[in-house]
Design a protein around this ligand. Structure first.
Ligand code: GAR
Length: 191
């Protein structure tokens, strides 16, 4: 199973995938890692791991549509079986979703459909929930919507800050992302 991973930030979930592949625990080929901006640690650590990387910089395009077309073409050029949004903080177009029809995987730090968006951890804390968690799902054209594949709960502690809670969620999220990819790879027909 060939995957392209999209990141916007540090890429610690991506690192878990890279580690699992290197350890022989995850049978996927990371065809490339891409970002929507320059200077992400996610791309840096991927280059260090010897992976193909690319940037389709959102700010270099006059319109969102042109950026989206460039991103879609670049990702498609790797012929991925699955595209993984691993902390990719841009909404993609319906055309992107259509191109990778049912094959765009997203990971989110809340129990969807609760608390979608860019601040899932902050919003859950602000609401005062006692349990939150993470979700791996097939993304559709909405914001953090689409069929759920796997979820796991994480308790909110009284002393939590957004950072401490997010870090505990990410520990679970990394494992969930790797196990989900492993299950998909096991189910995928051989090339
Ligand atoms: C992850 O917690 C991911 O779920 C979240 O960004 C973080 C990226 O961490 N994504 C979203 O909030 C999408 N709505 P990482 O760069 O360390 O993997």
């Amino acid at each position: 199973m060939r995957i392209v991973v999209l990141v916007s930030g540090t890429g610690s979930n991506l690192q878990a995938v890279i580690d699992a592949v290197k350890a022989g625990e995850l049978d996927v080929e990371i065809a490339a890692v891409g970002a929507d901006r320059e200077g992400t640690y996610g791309v840096e650590r991927s280059s260090e791991a010897g992976l193909e990387t690319f940037v389709v910089n959102f700010n270099s395009f006059p319109t969102r549509t042109e950026w989206d077309e460039a991103l879609t073409a670049r990702v498609a050029s790797y012929s991925p079986d699955v595209v993984v949004s691993s902390g990719f903080m841009r909404i993609v177009s319906a055309e992107f979703i259509e191109t990778f029809n049912g094959r765009y995987l997203n990971t989110h730090p809340a129990l969807l459909p609760a608390f979608p968006g860019a601040h899932g951890v902050r919003d859950a804390m602000a609401y005062g929930v006692k349990v939150t968690g993470c979700t791996v799902h097939w993304a559709d054209a909405g914001v953090d919507t689409g069929p759920i594949i796997a979820q796991e709960a994480v308790a909110v502690e009284d002393a939590d800050t957004e950072e401490s809670l997010h870090e505990r969620i990410k520990v679970v999220e990394r494992r969930l992302l790797v196990s989900t990819l492993a299950a998909l790879a096991a189910a995928a027909p051989p090339n």
